[in-house]
Design a protein around this ligand. Structure first.
Ligand code: CO
Length: 185
């Protein structure tokens, strides 16, 4: 293949146990990938934004998939307030998510870390929706869906977190509904 034309952009964790292509069983050329610790989409992260912009504007991917995973070390460290050096600054973003959802985390009891993994994916997927890149794509009528998934190291399965935004209007509502489903479940 002279030029890549992947249909999907994967935004996932840097964890060595969650290799993007293997999880979704896609061949080279089919998946454009950005990974960082705790699969974060930070509005000032030029690296992530550049991947997103190139994927949407140039490659014209049709699906963006933000995938978290249970047992994420970054999420666990953020939840516990553990210190590992410079990375603590990056994980402050996860702590912001934690601090925005005290009730959901309290309700999860001993499963708070896994719940934070889920909530974090939803918030990052919502962050993708709020970038100028995705908003502009939707404004000009480009077909583009933003999805939130979570992967389990224990059973090797990917779970859909009921967030699939195809336009700016529905993304906020979808976020609320998806968060409610986690809280009830
Ligand atoms: Co992780």
């Amino acid at each position: 293949m002279a030029q890549q034309s992947p249909r999907y952009l994967w935004i996932g964790c840097a964890d060595s146990r969650v290799p993007a292509n293997e999880i979704v069983d896609l061949a080279p050329g089919e998946l454009f990938v950005h990974r960082n610790v705790a699969n974060l989409v930070v509005h000032t992260d030029l690296n992530c934004l550049s991947v997103l912009q190139y994927a949407v504007d140039v490659l014209k991917v049709q699906d963006i998939i933000v995938t978290g995973h249970y047992g994420c070390g970054g999420i666990a460290a953020a939840l516990a307030g553990s210190s590992f050096g410079l990375i603590d600054n990056w994980l402050r973003h996860v702590q912001d998510v934690r601090d925005h959802h005290p009730e959901e985390l309290a309700a999860a009891g001993p499963n708070a870390a896994d719940r934070l993994c889920e909530i974090n994916v939803l918030e990052q997927a919502f962050n993708v929706c709020r970038t100028t890149i995705v908003k502009d794509a939707w404004d000009r009528g480009q077909k583009l869906a933003v999805n939130a998934w979570i992967y389990s190291l224990a059973d090797g399965l990917v779970r859909d977190l009921s967030f699939c935004a195809t336009g700016e209007v529905d993304s906020g509502k979808l976020r609320q509904e998806a968060l409610r489903k986690l809280t009830v479940g």
